[in-house]
Design a protein around this ligand. Sequence first.
Ligand code: BG6
Length: 473
Amino acid sequence: MNHDFLWGGAVAAHQVEGGYDAGGKGLNVSDVLTAGSHTRPRLITPELNRDCFYPNHEAIDFYHRYREDIALFKEMGFKCFRTSISWARIFPKVDETEPNEEGLRFYDGVFDELLENGIEPIITLSHFEMPYYLVENYGGWSNRKLVDFFVRFAKVCFERFHHKVKYWMTFNEINNQANYKSDLSVFTNSGIIFKDGQDKEALMYQAAHYELVASARAVQIAHEINPAIQVGCMMAMTPIYPYSCNPDDMMGSVGANHKRFWFVDVHARGRYPNYMLNFFDRKKFELDITAADLEDLGGGKVDYIGLSYYMSFAAKGRKENINLDYDEAKDLCDNPHIQKTQWGWPVDPVGLRYTLNWLYDHYQLPLFIVENGFGAIDKLEDDNTCHDLYRQEYLRKHIEQMKLAIEVDGVPVLGYTVWGCIDCVSFSTGEMKKRYGFIYVDKGDDGSGTGNRYKKDSFYWYQQVIASNGESL
Ligand code: BG6
């Protein structure tokens, strides 16, 4: 492993910060999401409702406690820390003429504290966040105007922070919305609340197109401001294996992977792949894609590929050739070789090595594993210890596979940041009890608790991993 390999942890602004109305911040999409559970979906409430609990409003109060948290990251030996900038802290309504100085100052404080502690900030511009004002007044990313709004936000961030932040990403897990039947994914990726009679699928492709154009323009602006800035995309990498060696299953998995991963083609190659163009024709989608957009895409290719990796899936094929008409609800199936977590997420460490090879074979760009982790119910003992051996086990197996990809297969990987390095609000369920951290935060699903931080056993384990540069697992 290179001596400059970036070991660290990752979170997102809305899942840790709290302070949802502090410092002039406007509401963002996560602020109108109620708490849910594995079996009860989070609700989108267009008006804040006193009878509902909104877990992101307070989250773990990183907004006030970030110095304490960064001291703990330093103690673990973090080389880097990934978080995001809350767009609604910088432009609460988005159409203001000037950014909110108090919001910018908050991030100055966080980045300075990290750098003083020898930790490099890794920043996502939009991690499932946008000002809620954009949802209400513009229909989210279904509206082309968002391209300019986003580019302005990105420019303000690059200009202000380019001396402090080298590695940026534009949109977190932009491909989550490939599953356009999930209201939560489309809302958090694109700020769209579907209306009756709308063609959800076409709308998702339109929104994704605007996001890809906005990302490409942001990449170009970043390079103009400071050529040393590296801007990546960020993909949720869930490879979809063929269920068997039956050729139909193989073709089923090709279609399933096309449907999830065409986004990275556009980000990395600067153009739509042929299978997408054919698909748009076949579906007779009338998408607003202009010649200027295509030029922007070509000029704004990303510098690296950021990825999250938690799981893999398997697909069964059908007799007819479906390609992108592949339907995840119908065609995904359980992989009999793989166990699942308490939240039903399949655990497949070898899939990480496969993913890294697949991405590098296709795009020949450096990769950055910016999320990998294990959500579990942890028990805080009476003496404030927490024996989370299962988490160490999960991470160890994944790091072993990452090392094989790097050392045996020759894949260039810039770094590895463990998701939810400090317990935070679960994105999909809004729970606190789905914990990923090395640091236990005393906070319950209903917001109760002191908010105090305690080191789990995995804290000391990861400290060793980093100190030995991945030798001691
Ligand atoms: C990724 C997201 O999909 O998975 C994070 O980028 C999220 O925001 C993480 O928290 C884990 O998912 P969850 O639903 O368990 O919090």
